[in-house]
Ligand binder design. Structure first.
Ligand code: ISE
Length: 335
């Protein structure tokens, strides 16, 4: 039997997931689309036989047609929606960030603990990207020695209306927070943000680009260039320095053509293209695990730990100081 999924939020990412579940994911179908914009919900379900549009999650749950929830609303709306879905004891895929700060994420952790089992998977799709997975294996394999530094480049062509300065951290660098934890197997202990010369292409209120400096528990140093109005296209690339080798992933590769005195290839336009396969694997893993009553990827603890980094990162943006990150003790449920 197909798992009946309610997609909450039918914006850019929600619409992408609706299409994905409808056309590629095995063992699930979209039964409900929830959006406060009734027109957007209606047009999202128009192509999906059997799916109904709702304006609140409560109405969708009351219909009795929801076995699992995919939350694709903006991060500041996640806490209430998560608590409501946990009350229904449903498997949840929550797009990042879990919530934008540590305290609200901790409330979510406490609610999940009351259920006594993990229900929440967080949408850190980079863990399902083939290159990041290979880099993780190279690092943990140990043949190149210890990991010493990571150099991360995170560039977007532009930002949607309403993308605030804090969202550079909460919506964009949050992926590096998770990737660093994934690659090192350690927690991040501090964050500093340097604001240098700003691009004139950045909208009012955004200082772009920014340099974000991180440290992990064992002293691995990480620098992130977050540049969200980079114009040229989309690029997420990482270089790892290990004791006896340097590993690069993510820069655009072939086909590269040399002709008529020029050399060139295509630049990836956006995250849907760069991470399309990763999203497919992520959602399939979520569905497969949900059918067994489990979580198939990064969990609420990963969401909480990265939310603590976001909160510290936003403080670091404002102060220019290095901000230490301290986490609560990891509950048994996530060990
Ligand atoms: C967006 O929300 C994403 O998740 C993308 O992966 C990231 O590159 C972008 O900066 C975010 O706004």
């Amino acid at each position: 039997d197909n798992l009946r999924v309610a997609v909450v939020g039918a914006g850019r990412m929600g619409a992408d997931h609706i299409e994905r579940i409808h056309s590629r994911i095995v063992g699930a179908r979209v039964s409900a689309v929830v959006d406060i914009d009734a027109e957007r919900a209606r047009s999202a379900v128009a192509q999906i036989p059997g799916a109904q549009a709702y304006s609140t999650p409560a109405e969708a749950y009351a219909s009795g047609t929801v076995d699992a929830v995919l939350l694709a609303t903006p991060g500041f709306l996640h806490e209430d929606a998560l608590l409501e879905a946990l009350e229904q004891d449903l498997p949840i895929l929550c797009e990042k960030p879990l919530t934008p700060d540590a305290e609200s994420s901790w409330r979510v952790i406490e609610a999940e603990q009351k259920l006594g089992r993990q229900r929440i998977q967080v949408g850190f799709m980079r863990r399902f990207d083939a290159d990041y997975a290979k880099l993780g294996k190279i690092i943990s394999g140990g043949d190149l020695g210890e990991l010493l530094m990571l150099h991360c480049r995170h560039r977007n062509p532009g930002t949607p209306e309403g993308f605030t300065n804090e969202m550079l951290i909460n919506d964009s660098v949050v992926h590096e927070f998770d990737v660093v934890r994934f690659l090192t197997g350690e927690e991040i202990t501090s964050v500093q943000v340097r604001l240098g010369k700003a691009s004139r292409n950045a909208p009012e209120g955004q200082h772009d680009p920014q340099q974000v400096l991180l440290e992990t528990a064992s002293g691995v140093l990480i620098d992130v260039e977050i540049f969200v109005n980079a114009q040229f296209g989309y690029e997420v690339a990482t270089q790892a320095s290990l004791e006896s080798g340097i590993v690069d992933i993510g820069a655009d590769h072939g086909p590269v053509t040399r002709t008529a005195g020029r050399v060139g290839g295509d630049v990836t336009p956006g995250f849907e293209e760069r991470f399309g396969d990763a999203y497919d694997r992520e959602i399939q893993s979520w569905i497969d695990a949900a059918r067994r009553g489990e979580v198939g990827g990064p969990n609420a603890w990963d969401g909480y730990a990265t939310a603590a980094c976001c909160e510290a990162g936003v403080r670091a943006q404002a102060s220019g100081e290095k901000v230490a990150i301290e986490l609560n003790e990891k509950p048994e449920l996530y060990r």
